[in-house]
Write a protein that binds this ligand. Structure first.
Ligand SMILES: Cc1cc2nc3c(=O)[nH]c(=O)nc-3n(C[C@H](O)[C@H](O)[C@H](O)COP(=O)(O)O)c2cc1C
Length: 274
């Protein structure tokens, strides 16, 4: 099956997998239905088979079903209700502890003071997380990733007994969707895909087009419009779309947004980053 892309020009081939990927939307409202063990096992199988740098598999996942723990995690993660309400909350963690133990076992020293191994573990974890969410969506479940586990990483580690050289990178709320949210149009392909060389000379024209597209969806209307985390921004509603929203997000120096605590947190948790 072929379809036109956003420009109405090119075509692409659709199959069941691509259909599920292209229909992704984060789910933040769940039915009061448990996830059967065999479904969770399938997701864990999908997770474990993700591509992994040098087959190092530098991640761990903490599966949380306990109501009290989810309650506490929700509180630690900006009171996000969906963490409390989802039947299963996964905490995906870059893990250099296991490889450190492998080195001790094989009588050598892990070189984790370079950024590289840290990046390897973070990328491995992100790939695993994506496999889980995609697998979940393919089985009629839904979910949302939760970066807010990094808001208060020390108490999260304490609660889940996460040891040194392991840290909570993101959570994933999983469950059966009780909502059908809008599929958010992504940046136009011409903005993110570069043919043979990096080329962004049409940036302004294309980003304005994307702003118009997002504006037409109403995505940032009403309560979804962010209260300005940077001061003195008085932008009329008509000019508030993806660029203003995203600029506010990345220009904010609010510690709740920058998570400026992360470097010292990681150092204190045994990551030898210099
Ligand atoms: C690493 C990561 C962390 C995220 N953290 C949160 C979060 O803490 N809370 C939340 O509601 N959504 C979170 N999201 C979901 C994004 O807001 C969402 O994916 C994005 O707005 C695009 O929307 P969509 O997934 O519905 O297409 C996160 C997504 C990623 C990839």
């Amino acid at each position: 099956m072929s379809k036109k892309n956003l420009n109405g020009k090119e075509t692409f081939t659709m199959n069941e997998t691509i259909k599920i990927m292209a229909a992704h939307a984060s789910i933040r409202k769940f039915k009061d239905t448990d996830i059967p063990d065999n479904i969770l096992d399938s997701l864990i199988t999908a997770a474990r088979q993700a591509s992994t740098s040098s087959n190092l598999q530098a991640y761990s996942i903490v599966v949380v079903k306990d109501k009290t723990k989810k309650e506490k995690l929700a509180t630690l993660c900006d009171n996000q209700k969906w963490i409390r309400d989802c039947p299963v909350f996964l905490v995906v963690c870059p893990d250099l502890r296991r490889l450190d133990r492998v080195c001790q076992y094989r009588n050598c020293q892990i070189q984790d003071r370079y950024l590289e191994l840290f990046l390897v573990a973070v990328v491995d974890s992100a790939l695993v997380a994506q496999n889980i969410l995609l697998g979940a969506e393919s089985l009629g479940l839904g979910g949302v990733m939760i970066g807010a586990v990094r808001n208060n990483p020390d108490p999260v580690c304490l609660l889940l007994e996460i040891p040194d050289k392991v840290f909570p990178l993101m959570g994933i709320c999983l469950g059966y969707p009780d909502t059908r949210p809008m599929i958010k149009p992504r940046l136009l392909p011409e903005l993110v895909i570069h043919r043979e060389r990096y080329e962004d000379s049409r940036f302004l024209e294309l980003i304005k087009k994307y702003d118009d597209l997002i504006k037409s969806t109403g995505l940032y209307d009403g309560p979804n419009r962010k209260v300005a985390p940077i001061d003195n921004r008085d932008v009329p509603d008509s000019d508030y779309s993806w660029t203003e929203h995203s600029a506010r997000r990345v220009a904010s120096d609010n510690p709740a947004v920058t998570r400026a605590h992360m470097l010292s947190f990681l150092k204190s948790r045994g990551f030898g980053l210099e």
